[in-house]
Design a protein. Structure first.
Length: 198
């Protein structure tokens, strides 16, 4: 028996979400249909509210309700160090490590020659502009440890060094091929403490 057309459309949309396959999309769709009208309205309103109010910080490009974001507006942070991450989720993961009190920069992805993603497709030009305009002494490159993250890290290190700024990479503790956003606080704290110069 085929699914009703409205359910089919819902499944098709939901399975486009990262990490959601056809079976999971079907389960979520039927779960939403079982929810009360009030719960469905709250879900729809929360999505719409987030889309309307969340924007990119013009300094670090993190997602925020404020511009600049609360991190960039925090005068108590160390102003001479920036941690470069791929995504806002990575920033959240690193920010849970209480040891790090510097600023951040979100690239918006990683270099991937096989997928035709080059330096112009992520915010490398904006990072360079930020590094040239400030008193940054160190950049911690906290890209993922997969091949895309490593390519991005090596590329960034070359640029950062030509600007006379120290480039470091997160140290031990992060598994090779792993995503930073899934690492726990202790692992990230150890990785920051054990960072190495590139």
């Amino acid at each position: 028996m085929n699914r009703p057309q409205p359910v089919e459309r819902m499944v098709e949309i939901i399975k486009k979400l990262p990490g959601v396959g056809p079976k999971m999309a079907e389960r979520i769709s039927y779960h939403i249909l079982k929810m009360s009208e009030n719960e469905v309205d709250r879900l729809i309103n929360s999505i719409q509210k987030a889309r309307e109010t969340i924007k990119y910080c013009n300094i670090c490009y993190n997602l925020s309700e404020h511009d600049p974001c609360l991190i960039c507006a925090d005068a108590t942070r160390e102003g001479d160090i920036i941690c470069v991450v791929e995504t806002p989720q990575d920033l959240i993961a690193v920010s849970k490590a209480k040891d790090y009190r510097g600023f951040y920069f979100v690239l918006g992805g990683a270099l991937s020659p096989l997928d035709a993603i080059g330096p112009e497709d992520i915010r490398i030009d904006k990072l360079i502009k930020r590094l040239k305009s400030g008193s940054i002494k160190e950049v911690i490159v906290a890209t993922d440890t997969d091949s895309k993250g490593e390519i991005t890290a090596v590329y960034l290190a070359g640029i950062i060094k030509t600007l006379g700024i120290k480039a470091t990479r997160l140290g031990y503790g992060l598994p090779v091929g792993g995503d930073i956003e899934y690492a726990d606080e202790v692992t990230i704290s150890r990785a920051i403490a054990g960072r190495t110069e590139m």
